[in-house]
Design a protein around this ligand. Structure first.
Ligand code: P6P
Length: 312
């Protein structure tokens, strides 16, 4: 190319998917459709009054108006992409078939941490992308990509498609532009993020793990939204996030398919580790939509140490 134009200072998500991730055109287009949906969700969060929708999801959890709205927005964009065979969302009991011949299937939590929106905490959308039309019976290691969007003071999209984990900022003209690429997680942690803390009363291993973090004076960083809390680990390059079982949630609160699976893919792509306390999240079979799993994720040495303490 003679006298090429000067490239923009920050690569767009489209350009990065093409030139760095070397994603197929179909995968690139699907991720761009998901990114487009996130722009509408970001607008809805800023403009829709918070509050309960008066309905419940498959887990019997009260749905926020924004839960339902975000779910509809994402479904519409997945349908419009014509690239999705099946999707599974936290807000529906059953998987939804769109087009059997389409190349991908998508699992998503449309608005994780939505109960925090009235307190103006950061919340997020979580996505996992699988090849083909099947989801149940598969393992999170079969994902071809995963991404999340964090709606906070800035709207940030982080994706991984097999060649590193990369962070984008939604700019003032509605473009996701590159902020940082090839995010990495170091082996030792200085921060800890202990979810389902009520479990320490019935889970002696968890009580010991938390006491250990306190004794070692690690820094507590916990918001109540796993997207924000695990994003913190990716941004700082270290940390450990946990959500393990107790009496109320024997397997912990988090769902394997659309919470643990996508984050396990991203964190392991960044050099971290994701375990259920005994085995790798990526190797767990997704048997049912409502399947929960304990999650111990982040810096490898800290995860290994926590799993040993949890196992007693
Ligand atoms: P706890 C939000 O509802 C969520 O699914 C995760 O984002 C978050 O980490 C967890 O639940 C919060 O659990 O027990 O700390 O309230």
């Amino acid at each position: 190319m003679k006298n090429p134009p000067t490239p923009p200072q920050r690569a767009s998500l489209n350009e990065h998917l093409y030139s760095q991730a070397k994603a197929s055109d179909e995968l690139r287009h699907l991720i761009l459709h998901i990114a487009q949906a996130a722009k509408y969700i970001q607008y809805a969060i800023r403009t829709t009054e918070a509050g309960l929708a008066g309905s419940k999801n498959q887990f019997g959890e009260e749905q926020e108006k924004l839960d339902v709205l975000s779910d509809v927005i994402i479904q519409q964009h997945l349908m419009e992409s014509r690239l999705v065979a099946t999707f599974i969302t936290e807000e529906r009991k059953e998987s939804v078939e769109l087009s059997a011949s389409a190349p991908f299937s998508v699992v998503f939590d449309p608005l994780d941490g939505s109960s925090l929106v009235d307190a103006n905490f950061s919340i997020g959308s979580i996505f996992g992308i699988y090849p083909g039309s099947a989801i149940l019976g598969r393992k999170p290691k079969e994902q071809v990509a995963a991404l999340y969007v964090l709606y906070g003071p800035r709207t940030i999209l982080v994706y991984g498609a097999g060649n590193g984990v990369h962070m984008f900022l939604l700019n003032d003209v509605g473009e996701f532009v590159l902020l940082r690429e090839y995010l990495g997680i170091g082996d030792s942690a200085k921060n800890y993020s202990p979810g389902n803390l009520r479990a320490v009363n019935e889970n002696p291993g968890y009580k010991k793990a938390v006491a250990d973090w306190l004794d070692r004076e690690l820094t507590l960083r916990y918001s109540g939204c796993m997207v924000a809390d695990i994003h913190h680990i990716l941004c700082k390059g270290q940390g450990i996030f946990t959500n393990v079982g107790g009496s109320k949630y024997p397997e912990g609160k988090l769902r394997l398919i659309f919470e643990c699976g996508p984050f396990a893919y991203l964190v392991e792509q960044a050099g971290g580790v994701a375990s259920d306390g005994k085995s790798a999240i990526l190797d767990k079979t997704m048997d049912t939509i409502d399947q929960r799993s304990p999650l111990v994720i982040g810096s490898s040495e800290e995860v290994e140490n926590a799993c040993a303490v949890l196992a007693g």
